[in-house]
Design a binder for this molecule. Structure first.
Ligand code: 3HC
Length: 311
């Protein structure tokens, strides 16, 4: 082991943050660029299903809250793209990887938002799953990632609360509203459970990611925590989770749950989900239409640098 690697491993063991200028194994850098850029892509693509309901929110308060949430997701994406750039990859390269289909984003955002209740289900379940996954990432070994997560998690809890409140309102409404609430939970439950990734024994990155303290818990551990929390919360809504195998296991102190449809997961991750094509087309169109803003900002920055160099 070369001296730099020994220093690196020692820092990981002592919970000393790895910073961009520190020596790091090429595989550590690669693992981080992959996960952080895909996390950023997920935040940006995640704006699309919810943005779809901003013009149709049922009240000004709901509209203002949803606009704030979607804006937050854009900010999360920017923190994460900036943190990824500290590892030596440009913003253009990461965006190209998304647009070319080389990079992934979270499977969950390839499902359609069919009713207003979906916005509640996304807040409660998708942001709830994101919080379960992201709180441990606040202790990730790579400094910029961990620090971005601290800021992001603060905003996620607002996202989850507003989603749960939407469902609570519907669950106390008319029969049609109750039906809409249960229908959204039925459609978003299993895709949210899949968000945590493949089972641990089918996860090629789990072992390295845990060894280098990027991940603090495995996919299955976080999935189980999420299921245990939601199984209790759904009672407050007076609704049911669409899993008739879900049952409290006294010995394990966990909820047992039914089979996850990994074929569906693989299909969605491989681009064959209900909205994959639409999502990527929307991102490419927005990027093309935003080119003039990037050019103007670059021209302004260039002009500013030029005049400050001449002072
Ligand atoms: N969707 C798409 N791809 C997924 C996936 C999912 N839900 N879960 C796993 N994968 C991919 C992985 O990216 C990997 O493919 P790759 O090698 O091409 O990158 C492959 O499946 C194997 O999965 P692993 O479990 O081995 O991969 P990881 O160790 O990276 O674990 C992860 C997957 C748990 C998603 C991890 O990457 C992670 O914690 N990422 C950070 C959190 C994140 O990205 N969350 C996405 C949602 S963001 C969000 O919800 C925003 C909120 O505000 C709404």
């Amino acid at each position: 082991m070369i001296p730099e690697e020994k220093i690196f491993e020692d820092k990981i063991a002592r919970e000393v943050r790895i910073e961009p200028r520190d020596w790091m194994p090429a595989d550590y850098r690669k693992l981080l660029i992959r996960q952080m850029s895909q996390h950023a892509h997920s935040e940006i693509v995640g704006m699309l299903p919810e943005g779809n309901w901003i013009t149709r929110a049922p009240s000004l308060r709901r509209k203002a809250t949803l606009i704030a949430k979607v804006q937050d997701e854009a900010g999360h994406g920017l923190y994460l793209y900036s943190a990824t750039e500290t590892l030596g990859i440009t913003r253009e390269e990461t965006i190209d990887q998304l647009h070319s289909g080389k990079a992934k984003y979270s499977s969950i955002f390839n499902y359609p938002t069919l009713t207003w209740a979906d916005i509640g289900a996304i807040g409660w379940l998708v942001d709830g799953a994101a919080i379960m996954n992201q709180v441990p990432l606040c202790r990730a070994s790579f400094g910029p990632y961990a620090r971005a997560m601290v800021r992001i998690c603060k905003e996620e809890s607002f996202h989850q609360r507003q989603g749960f409140e939407i469902l609570l309102t519907l669950s106390r409404g008319s029969e049609a509203q109750k039906h809409m609430c249960q229908d959204a939970i039925n459609r978003w439950w299993w895709p949210s459970v899949m968000m945590f990734g493949p089972p641990d024994d089918a996860s090629p990155h789990n072992q390295k990611s845990m060894q280098w303290k990027i991940k603090r818990f495995s996919n299955d551990e976080l999935r189980q925590k999420f299921i245990d929390v939601c199984a209790e919360q759904v009672r407050v809504l007076g609704m049911k989770l669409p899993d008739d195998k879900m049952k409290w296991n006294e010995d394990e102190q966990h909820y047992d749950f039914g089979e996850i449809n990994w074929t569906e997961f693989r299909e969605v991750v491989n681009g064959n989900g209900p909205c994959n094509k639409e999502r990527l087309e929307a991102r490419k169109k927005a990027h093309a239409e935003g080119a003039w803003v990037r050019e103007a900002a670059a021209a302004y920055a260039g002009k500013k640098n030029h005049s400050s160099n001449n002072q």
